[in-house]
Design a binder for this molecule. Structure first.
Ligand SMILES: Nc1ncnc2c1ncn2[C@@H]1O[C@H](COP(=O)(O)OP(=O)(O)OP(=O)(O)O)[C@@H](O)[C@H]1O
Length: 134
């Protein structure tokens, strides 16, 4: 087996679920603690949840809001994957195609975040009206 358990340099398939979970946790740690943009999106998601609680939105609205938030987080995770893959292939040198790939991945996050914002406005609009003094 090609594995150095002491140095955690495993390159074979996981032996069990616990081991798979450990690697998934390593990935989560990387995204959560190393990716500033991911944390910014999490703060935005927290604000959306606070808005949902304050406005006392219904179940369908919660589903839309949570779906929109998780779409943005998923896009950010894919963007991070693309960045690591490009860095792995290209290394520390400028490459015009690497730039295009990374910029497209970042553009995808922007597009998803914009769509999520539109969804948020559409589903929260009726609740915002009720806040206005009549
Ligand atoms: N090897 C490369 N060749 C050409 N351009 C690159 C390369 N690496 C990065 N870039 C450019 O720099 C930008 C930022 O790089 P990168 O995505 O790695 O940083 P980041 O701060 O993690 O970005 P993000 O804010 O999208 O998470 C890219 O969108 C791309 O335009």
């Amino acid at each position: 087996m090609i594995m150095d358990s002491k140095n955690k340099r495993q390159i074979t398939k996981n032996k069990n679920f616990a081991q798979a979970l450990g690697h998934a946790w390593d990935g989560f740690y990387l995204i959560f603690f190393r990716e500033r943009n991911f944390r910014i999106h999490l703060v935005a998601m927290a604000l959306v949840i606070i808005a949902g609680l304050v406005l006392w939105v219904n179940r369908t609205t919660w589903l839309w809001l949570l779906l929109a938030c998780f779409l943005v987080l998923s896009a950010e995770i894919l963007n991070t994957l693309v960045e690591y893959l490009v860095d792995l292939m290209v290394g520390p040198r400028f490459d015009p195609t690497a730039k295009k790939i990374k910029d497209i991945a970042a553009g995808g996050v922007l597009f998803t975040a914009g769509t999520a914002a539109v969804i948020g406005v559409i589903v929260l609009w009726p609740y915002l009206g009720s806040l206005l003094p009549v």
